[in-house]
Design a protein around this ligand. Structure first.
Ligand code: HPA
Length: 259
């Protein structure tokens, strides 16, 4: 069995890592997962397209548990993800890149946990640092080096989708303190933590959220925005993987509380 410590989960518009890879199917108790495995400067890493290679899986139907379980079965400890987001914060206009620092959740019907009770103890997972602080530190350092401008640490609000939000919902979410809205980061970030993995995510602001500008959400610019940024962000992730990452400077490997 191969062991691969590092993974990239590509969101909308990011369907490969940009380096030569071999495809592999991982069978998990939650379902099959297709991944690409690549060797970059002597380091192995796995790439997983969250929505599938053809962008055919909508956010509410993604098999998040199979995806994260497959990465664990390959030996992954560190995950970088990308996520297309809408912005609620005028300081983060369309085209911005943000590092996610915390989340709120308004999902409704997706499986949210690996912890199903039964013969196991009742388990809870700490959420004091949902997006690994150590990986975020590496991201900010690498961004400086690569001259990639991150607009800020953003609070992400996850909706069920696939519909966009109403204006009233966006007004409420702004009052709550959300900066960006998307449909996929939860439960992905939670499941990674449940399995003791470090997880960080970069948000690509592809539109202003409903009501933040006049008229309906403009989607035309999404393709361009993603194409412009995916290559440099992937390259930055790969550069970080060429360093040795450990779990000594974060609590991710030790986040479970049993009552
Ligand atoms: N809302 C929810 N999810 C999104 C948006 C949005 O405006 N843009 C990209 N993903």
């Amino acid at each position: 069995m191969i062991t691969i410590q590092y993974a990239i989960i590509g969101g909308t518009g990011v369907y490969d890592s940009g380096v030569a890879s071999i495809q592999k199917t991982v069978n998990t108790e939650y379902g099959k997962v297709e991944v690409d495995i690549a060797e970059v400067e002597g380091t192995s890493m796995v790439f997983l397209a969250r929505h599938g290679k053809e962008h055919g899986i909508p956010p509410h139907l993604i098999n998040y548990r199979a995806n994260i379980k497959a990465l664990q079965e390959l030996g992954v400890q560190h995950i970088f993800a990308t996520a297309a987001v809408g912005s609620l914060n005028p300081d983060y206009p369309t085209g911005s890149l943000v590092v996610l620092s915390d989340f709120m959740e308004m999902t409704k019907q997706r499986p949210l946990t690996f912890f199903e009770g039964g013969t196991d103890d009742v388990k809870h997972v700490n959420m004091d640092d949902p997006y690994c602080g150590n990986l975020r530190k590496h991201l900010l350092e690498a961004a400086k080096l690569h001259k990639i401008q991150f607009k800020g640490n953003a609070v992400y609000l996850c909706t069920e989708g696939p519909r966009f939000e109403t204006e009233a919902e966006i007004r409420m979410m702004r009052k709550w303190g959300a900066d960006v809205v998307g449909m996929t980061s939860v439960p992905e970030v939670v499941l990674a933590k449940e399995l003791g993995m470090c997880y960080a995510s970069v948000g690509f602001v592809v539109n202003m959220a409903t009501g933040m500008e006049s008229g309906p959400i403009q989607l035309e610019s999404i393709g361009d925005m993603l194409a412009r940024n995916k290559e440099k962000v992937n390259k930055m992730f790969l550069d970080i993987f060429s360093k040795t990452l450990d779990q000594q400077n974060c609590g991710c490997a030790d986040s479970i509380v049993c009552l």
